[in-house]
Design a binder for this molecule. Sequence first.
Ligand SMILES: Nc1ncnc2c1ncn2[C@@H]1O[C@H](COP(=O)(O)OP(=O)(O)O)[C@@H](O)[C@H]1O
Ligand SMILES: [Mg+2]
Length: 293
Amino acid sequence: MGGLSPEREVSIVTGNSILEALNRKGLTALPIHVDHNIGETLKSNPIDLAFLALHGTFGEDGCIQGLLEYFKIPYTGSGVMGSALAYDKLKSKEILKFHGIPTADYEVFYKNQKKSRRLDLPVVAKPINQGSSLGVTIVRDEDQWESALETAFSYSNEVIVEKFIDGKLLAIGMNGMTPMPIVHIRPKSGFYDYEAKYTSGKTEYICPADLEENEADRCRQTAQQVFQVLRGRGFPRVDIILDGDGVPQVLEMNTIPGMTPTSLLPMAAREMGLEFDELVIEILKTAQRDYTE
Ligand SMILES: Nc1ncnc2c1ncn2[C@@H]1O[C@H](COP(=O)(O)OP(=O)(O)O)[C@@H](O)[C@H]1O
Ligand SMILES: [Mg+2]
């Protein structure tokens, strides 16, 4: 837990929630706060299994997964490639497009390269690899454009600019290829930013989501396709905006979704009768390694 990304604080909350659940279940679980000495820590401690509670860079992008492969320690969540693919918003979208899975039209901007925008407003500017809505801006007016780009570039050298999709923001937790109950996210401010994500009362959650059965089916099928093409494993969460035409436009797949008692995946699990501690055990059971040698 913890780690080196700006999502460090969120990761610690997730990590402690998981740790408490494992201890309540009678398992021997110890927190590892990840820093640059993680290699030494892994070498000097006997570890049967790593329950990953890391978000963001080094934690969700294949780095820690690669290190754990070296040490032959099974870990929860996606493997090295699955983590890297899902974490990179550009690579994710290229793969989704290749497979004909709907996702907002987009273009890429590189730091220090001057070019004009192709897409008409409103658009959403976001760093290519980040989470928790950090550096994400919805641009509705031309005079917001430059500062939105600058904000996104403060997090990464590549920025993705997407058409703004008007619709229902949905999160679909996946138990492998099996979709869990859909959560409809309704931020009171209209934008599911960092504050709306982590301040209680700032967002309304409806689970199961208030959807027509055929809409829900389409969303679930899309989430399954995303899980497959982005090499999901374990219990990731696929985020979608169901647009006005009923098309599930895929935002992203989170390979290590938040696991605080108020997070979306535990909310979906509770709806299907799986309490937080049981969910933690189910996730634990999916731990594995890419390589068997
Ligand atoms: N194309 C879009 N249209 C409308 N809203 C968007 C779009 N892209 C992102 N958002 C909003 O911004 C939030 C964060 O975007 P997301 O791509 O999920 O990045 P992060 O990895 O930081 O969570 C989403 O939950 C959604 O509310
Ligand atoms: Mg997101």
